[in-house]
Write a protein that binds this ligand. Sequence first.
Ligand code: F6R
Length: 260
Amino acid sequence: MEVLLHENADGASVVAGKIVARLVRQKPNAVLGLATGSTPLGLYRELIRLHQDEGLDFSQVTTFNLDEYIGVDGNHPCSYRRFMMENLFSGLNIPESQIHIPDGLASDIPAHCEAYEEAIQVAGGIDLQVLGIGSDGHLGFNEPTSSLASRTRIKTLTKETREDNARFFERPEDVPHHCITMGMGTILDSRVCLMLAFGENKASAVAQAVEGPVSAMIPASALQLHPHVHVLLDEGAARKLTRKDYYEHVYDNKPAWQQY
Ligand code: F6R
């Protein structure tokens, strides 16, 4: 696991953009796994800038989003489909047929989840998965005690997650209780994971995920089992790490070919 410490979210998002751009240049038909929420917004702005100002071509890229609320129409202002259209896809040139987001209105949810897993396989698997982390340690909506081998399925959100996400809804009681989420096994199958975390309210989850024991109580800790993970943090999110000196030392001594 590579832990990259940045002063602020903007600096980390630019580096995350470089990591994604390098992949897309090397493999124009890359498969990207994407997250919603506040955390990846800077990265998405950077990808749009790279596309519009530097001609980074996304026309062959395929995407799979991590999750979606159940019972929420894709056009609803709080749906993750709408979020992605407004914050990323409207600024890139990915054909809509190559964009995949779970359907929160699917009539047969288990069949839809199975088909989602199959579509990932058919696309060749996810090359790079963008991740945020919940204050309770979730990835996607794999809440604490989620199986670390789970696949795409229905999950019930914790009280903490519903409270965290209430800011996007008109009234706190409007936050759905259920979602469809890629599983931890789905996420761990990605060739590269890129986890971003910003702000002090993530510090405890980040410290447990990066330096704590691997445990289903902190699903993000399963990233320790993955061979290729970048963790990009701002000062607040890094506050509770105990090996910060080492992560900085590693970064300062990176061979030129490994630098961003
Ligand atoms: C959303 C997702 C979630 C968020 C996490 C952090 O697609 O997968 O795991 O990444 O809840 O949310 P923010 O970024 O809003 O703090």
